[in-house]
Design a binder for this molecule. Structure first.
Ligand code: ADP
Ligand code: MG
Length: 245
């Protein structure tokens, strides 16, 4: 795959409440340039909300977000969303556009490329995820795994500095998970800065180089996979690991 101009990402003392529900209670997180961090933790612990706050789909009540050491809170949120690519559990492809148009559309709107160039770059991105031959068809004719690879190609076409994945394989049939994880593994090995919310403990342990365990809106443990998986320090992480492994 290509060479990335990836950057570091920092969240500082991030707080967010939905009404009286304090979902993020002072999150500090630093992901170094070129690091793939996985975020694990029980359902409802605030993992998805953290991603949404860090790319400013939701504004934090308190705290700061830094890309490459510089606060982005005063920037145009659209600019930040170009710099941070996001892939969701639901692929969110436009059903009435062709696969190629799904990628090219973003290139025209966000990177302001002229039509022809947007299309040729879209084909290039699709080629990297092995789906160039599907450029002319509708997303619904693809398997879930292929659709997710299109969503990843679309995010990568923005030339993001950081990629977020929120349970990108959770909606897929088991036999389709492997292809998507392989693509994410390639990205990590190529030095993309990544924050990956996942239930795939194999990915967390064997591919990611940093593991962040969240519970109750705080980061409970944060460190290398070896450390967290073989020497958990808290009862909360011990319990979580015994529940999922
Ligand atoms: P996780 O991804 O770890 O399962 P979430 O970030 O989705 O956790 O949710 C954390 C908490 O925030 C939950 O209590 C959830 O009900 C609440 N929550 C998430 N999104 C919203 C929202 N848009 N409005 C109100 N509450 C929300
Ligand atoms: Mg979630």
């Amino acid at each position: 795959m290509s060479h990335f101009e990836s950057g570091s990402l920092t969240g500082k003392d991030l707080h967010l409440a939905f009404g009286h529900n304090k979902v993020l209670r002072g999150i500090d997180l630093h992901v170094e340039k070129g690091t793939a961090a996985s975020v694990i933790g029980p359902s409802g612990s605030g993992k998805s909300t953290l991603l949404r706050v860090m790319n400013r789909l939701i504004e934090p009540d308190q705290g700061d977000i830094l890309l490459d050491g510089r606060s982005v809170l005063k920037d145009n949120p659209d600019e930040l969303r170009r710099r941070i690519g996001m892939v969701f559990q639901q692929f969110n492809l436009f059903p009435h556009k062709s696969v190629g148009e799904n990628v090219a559309f973003a290139l025209r709107k966000l990177r302001k490329l002229p039509k022809e160039q947007a299309w040729s770059e879209a084909l290039e991105q699709l080629d990297k995820v092995g789906l160039k031959h599907k450029a002319e068809v509708r997303p619904s004719t693809l398997s879930g795994g292929q659709q997710q690879r299109v969503a990843i190609a679309r995010a990568l076409a923005m030339q993001p500095e950081v990629m977020f994945f929120d349970e990108a394989t959770s909606a897929l049939d088991p036999e389709l998970v492997k292809g998507v994880l392989a693509l994410m593994t390639d990205l990590a090995k190529d030095g993309m800065t990544m924050v990956v919310v996942t239930h795939e403990m194999g990915f967390s342990r064997n591919v990611s180089n940093q593991v962040v365990f969240m519970d109750g809106g705080v980061v409970v443990e944060n460190g290398s996979p070896e450390k967290l998986f073989t020497d958990p320090q808290t009862d909360r992480l011990k319990k979580f690991l015994s529940d999922v492994l």
